[in-house]
Design a binder for this molecule. Sequence first.
Ligand code: ADE
Length: 237
Amino acid sequence: MHTEISISPSKKMRIDILTLLPQLIESPFSFSIMQRAQKKGIVEVHMHNLRDYASNKHKTVDDSPYGGEAGMVMMIEPIAKCIDKLKSERDYDEIIYMTPEGEKLNQKISNTLSVKENLLILCGHYKGVDQRVRDLYITKEISIGDYVLSGGELGAAVLCDSIIRLIPGVLNDETSALSDSFQDGLLAPPIYTRPSEFKGLKVPEILLSGNPVKIDQWKHEQAIMNTKKRRPDLLND
Ligand code: ADE
């Protein structure tokens, strides 16, 4: 009989996301694991439209840069107003700015963030935010890779997905996050399901053997081989 391990989370995580385009980021939170985590009451996600914090009647949130460069810069006032309000309500473990200039996201960063209680994530747009936002408020800058996106929203969704799936109780089978690629510094071994043979390609005999010790050993060897072949840099780390 399959017994489900249920681990009740000690505290709820709260994530506040500050963006000019809440619609762009809502959908990833409305499906699959991220939706389930919210329905289970393990995570609370709040979107804040920075335009609601603009002070003039035109709801201006951006302006041209000092020094005459092309493009627009996100102004400090609406961002400061929103962050100050949220900070007055609770303490944040990290105030994160999504930017290609940040630390490159990896499993270690996601693991560290998955045990936090309150996270605030600021998504940039246009040329980015006024430097003083970074100087005054930001405690961590994260990039999801060495390429430039049109804004921080997709990066924030990637970051949240990688964090949320790690929180105890989010995945039904607790071992399934533990066996993710990278979780033990290795890529995952190959996986198979029925049929046991397709177009002459057979599932490795060992997986049909019913011997859990041998299967685990095989999976570990395969994970090492996979990592050596595709990502030898992970073994050096
Ligand atoms: N915003 C624009 N590009 C980005 C990237 N690569 N990572 C995170 N945020 C970004």
